[in-house]
Design a protein around this ligand. Structure first.
Ligand SMILES: [Zn+2]
Length: 109
């Protein structure tokens, strides 16, 4: 007995590109961490990528987070001001990331 599973993902999928607000490099969305301006006006890390609100993207690199915070790119991208507590939370999250992306991830295809 053969169970045939129809895969609905056979058609080519468009991968939307996003821009890191720190280093301005573009990549697929999944390569980034999303931050979001919440409805209450705060700014937070959106690990699910699904929170409602205006979003911006940063590489999974601490350097980009530092840069974006230092130069106020976060505030500009989200069209809001980042309060000290939110800024600290973002900086803390950024500090948990590696300074540079894992090397030689040259894709497994
Ligand atoms: Zn970046």
């Amino acid at each position: 007995m053969v169970e045939v599973k129809r895969q609905s993902g056979s058609r080519p999928r468009h991968v939307p590109e996003r821009t890191c607000i720190g280093c301005r490099s573009t990549s697929a969305k999944r390569e980034f961490v999303r931050i979001v301006r919440t409805v209450s006006g705060g700014v937070e890390v959106d690990l699910t990528g699904k929170k409602a609100g205006r979003g911006a993207y940063l590489c999974k690199q601490s350097g980009c987070w530092e840069l974006a915070l230092k130069r106020d790119h976060v505030a500009r991208a989200l069209k809001t001001s980042v309060g000290p507590a939110d800024r600290e939370a973002l900086a803390m999250y950024g500090a948990t990331l590696p300074a540079a992306p894992a090397e030689s991830r040259t894709g497994e295809s």
